[in-house]
Design a protein around this ligand. Structure first.
Ligand SMILES: [Ca+2]
Ligand SMILES: [Ca+2]
Ligand SMILES: [Ca+2]
Length: 219
């Protein structure tokens, strides 16, 4: 039988690890705090708005419907149902780099665009592989147990992302803006100098490793 990310439906939660102030800001959306199988929608509004098909999903080991393990933050990720792939619009735009953790039973491509709703110039692409069961086990349960860090550095200012993937077969967590490494955990040389420039971001990384995230709920 084919594995599915959600045992029933889906939901979402986000936690925000607000990083360094001013220039080298890196923002991570962790989805902690969004109820299981409910739309992410405007949870991070006004700057971040997710399309209607995007749902938060809580690990079944934490009482939700999620069939996953080893999620990078907390107990909540996002996935989608229906034919339309998730679109994330970022009102104020973002630059430098974009990254996330994903788990997927199918290959897919994530695309970053200069305009809203997947329009304008294609600034970057990230190819995903079908890796959901590779080299991993449940925590204690969950078929989608491999979460891989993926990202892209790009020039210009982006305003939307088309996450691609397959309904109920692809999940994401720790959506990261301003770095091509999700969560800023393992910086590439290009982003290392930027990280050193901000104490806030390093602190964020430390907190993440301690499994404690700063949660900022937008009003
Ligand atoms: Ca878990
Ligand atoms: Ca689990
Ligand atoms: Ca999470």
């Amino acid at each position: 039988m084919k594995s599915r990310l959600a045992t029933i439906a889906a939901a979402s939660v986000i936690a925000l690890c607000a990083a360094a102030p001013a220039s080298a800001a890196v923002t991570v959306l962790t989805f902690e705090g969004i109820a299981d199988s409910t739309p992410v929608g405007n949870f991070y509004a006004p700057n971040y708005t997710f399309s209607a098909s995007t749902l938060a999903l809580v690990d079944s080991d934490a009482g939700g419907n999620g069939n996953f393990a080893n999620e990078p933050s907390g107990n909540t990720i996002f996935f989608f149902t229906g034919a339309e792939t998730p679109i994330l619009n970022v009102t104020n735009g973002f630059d430098t780099g974009f990254s996330f953790f994903y788990t997927s039973a199918t290959a897919a491509t994530v695309r970053v665009f200069s305009g809203f709703n997947g329009t304008g110039t294609l600034l970057g692409t990230i190819d995903l592989s079908a890796q959901f069961t590779q080299n991993c086990g449940g925590d204690p349960t969950g078929d989608f147990c491999n979460f891989t860090n993926a990202g892209v550095a790009f020039a210009g200012t982006a305003h939307s992302i088309d996450f691609g993937g397959t309904a109920s077969q692809t999940g994401y967590d720790d959506i990261t803006f301003g770095s091509d490494v999700a969560g800023g955990a393992v910086p590439e040389p290009a982003t290392w100098a930027m990280m050193l420039a901000g104490f806030g971001m390093i602190g964020c990384t430390v907190r993440r490793r301690q499994q404690v995230r700063t949660t900022v709920a937008y009003a």
